[in-house]
Write a new protein. Structure first.
Length: 295
């Protein structure tokens, strides 16, 4: 029977959607899955990592993300030491970080976990000694903040996690292996959507960035992101518009135009379809909540 790990059992602080464990050595642990994501940095040693009945060798310097739905465990361990950083991407609002303009972020956190079997784990990030030492310093700073909980520790922990994510994403982009180039090209297409959402972007434009045929690009994109590329573009536009409605007094028409919609009526229909309410209702509700009224 697969062991299902619950978030409340592993996140010591319910007010912080981050938890770090340094396993030195990594103990024996049964095959399991969990309701959160996990960033893994192999600090020392080797092992065989079993993920969904597939086996992949791991060694010091390997960095990878495990999404909660995948069953996994470590076997045949030889001096294995690792850092497990558990995180809740929704609670951290990672979809709003400007790091989403970096292809390496999408490759490491979204694409590689989904395409791991297809890529035979050859597209993972591997750090040499110097960057691994730098990562180790950030990890121990993060661990110290979450353990000591001095005033301001939540902000410090979030800042250190952001620093770690940025550094690893840059490493993925700056030192690509031959096997990781395909993921970076896909990541470049996703980053294009995130940063140029207000412009006219076609499926052909995105497929060219990924250096794939439109048909192949659509298939892989949907496999990784859970929806077709143009649907993802629409959702990004709506998310950006929702932020503007919440934090500015700009007119609905102005916001629609600035988010890539040429028609405010079409924008309103799409907004209602995604958010289940009109732009005006959303603005009114978020303003009421912001002023402490929820009735």
């Amino acid at each position: 029977m697969i062991k299902k790990l619950r978030k409340r059992d592993y996140f010591d602080d319910p007010t912080l959607p981050l938890q770090i464990y340094i396993r030195d050595p990594q103990p024996e642990f049964p095959l399991h899955a969990h309701g959160f994501d996990e960033l893994v940095i192999i600090l020392r040693g080797t092992a065989v990592h079993t993920v969904d009945d597939r086996q992949f060798p791991v060694k010091s310097g390997d960095v990878f993300v495990i999404s909660g739905k995948h069953e996994h465990q470590y076997q045949d361990m030889h001096g294995l030491a690792l850092a497990n950083i558990l995180f809740d991407s929704l609670a951290l609002q990672m979809n709003q970080w400007d790091i989403r303009a970096l292809p390496g972020f999408h490759a490491l956190f979204a694409l590689e976990p989904v395409l791991r079997t297809q890529q035979k784990f050859n597209s993972r990030l591997h750090l040499s000694e110097r960057p691994l030492n730098h990562v180790n310093e950030i990890i121990h700073d993060l661990l110290r903040e979450t353990q000591m909980r001095n005033p301001g520790y939540r902000l410090m922990a979030l800042g250190l996690f952001m620093q770690l994510v940025v550094f690893l994403s840059r490493c993925y982009s700056d030192r690509p292996s031959e096997e990781s180039l395909d993921l970076l090209r896909l990541g470049d297409a996703i980053a294009c959507i995130e940063t140029r959402f207000a412009e006219k972007i076609t499926l052909t434009d995105l497929a060219k960035k990924a250096r794939l045929s439109s048909r192949h690009f659509q298939r892989i994109f949907r496999e990784c992101m859970g929806r077709p590329p143009i649907d993802h573009l629409m959702c990004v536009r709506i998310q950006k518009a929702a932020e503007m409605l919440k934090h500015s007094d700009r007119t609905v028409t102005d916001i629609a135009l600035s988010c890539g919609f040429s028609d405010s009526n079409y924008f309103s229909r799409q907004f209602r379809q995604v958010m289940n309410q009109s732009p005006g209702q959303y603005r009114s509700d978020t303003h009421l909540i912001g002023h402490g009224r929820t009735d």
